[in-house]
Design a protein around this ligand. Sequence first.
Ligand code: ATR
Length: 281
Amino acid sequence: MILDGQTKVYGIFGYPVKHSKSPTFQTAAFQHLGINAVYVPFEVNPESISQAVESLRVLKISGVNVTIPHKESVIPYVNELSDEVKVIKAANTIKNVDGYLIAYNTDWYGFVEGLKELEPTIEGKKVLVIGAGGSSRAIIYGLLKEGVDKIYLANRTVERAKKLLNEYLQHFKVVDKIIHPIPLADINEIVKEVDIIVNTTSVGLNDEDFPLFNYDFIEQKHTVVDIIYKETKLLKVAKEKGCKYQNGYPMLIHQGAKSFEIWTGQKAPIEVMKKSLNLHY
Ligand code: ATR
């Protein structure tokens, strides 16, 4: 890779950002297509987010991904929000067009494309989504776009799940017929009814974490997604039961691929991106 005065700069805003895999696979994609660009990590303290966004204009940085904890807090500082950001209320991608900043969310798309690697038809399916935070909002947006039949939205704080439903009602008609908020304690009763199980919470990150429900109820017919970047207890059980399952990497790769396409207008080399992370799925 030869850098020169015309090299474009892309990156990721996060805090922390040390563990991000995006610089690895985005750089692999730029190199593969011979695009004169670099992609670097930017550790941005939460109190500095407005200055960080302004720096995109000042330094003419072409685009960034935005990760935890900045996905909501960048929103007031950009010039334009794409339609999906207006609904999800979180952005993970910013494109700089001559100082005019446009915010996008590609997490929902990443989730859908990742899931399609296991389950090509999502339309008409019944889904259990656990968690009602920022990741869940993007995933539910994707599932609604795909035309799922039912979403049981299970959350520790059931009020938060109800709030999500009420907000989405303003954007999607009859969504109250699709989304059903439930407490975590009720998962055991409904799990036999669903086709797909998705964990969007951080529960499972530590091996000693309590199970989200009684995993004995998982059956081979279930497709199980955990957006954590490891084989959690939930995924171990899914594997033992012979289910189709995946961790958070397919979603990560596909959200990044969409960001790449938004920035460059070129089709992202998905296989190259996966290979750079040694992902062979
Ligand atoms: P993210 O952006 O990653 O989704 P978030 O917006 O902080 O993160 O949301 C975290 C989600 O994980 C929430 O659904 C949260 O439940 P509450 O709304 O009840 O807080 C869930 N979560 C986090 N820790 C949890 C735990 N120990 N048990 C159950 N749910 C948990």
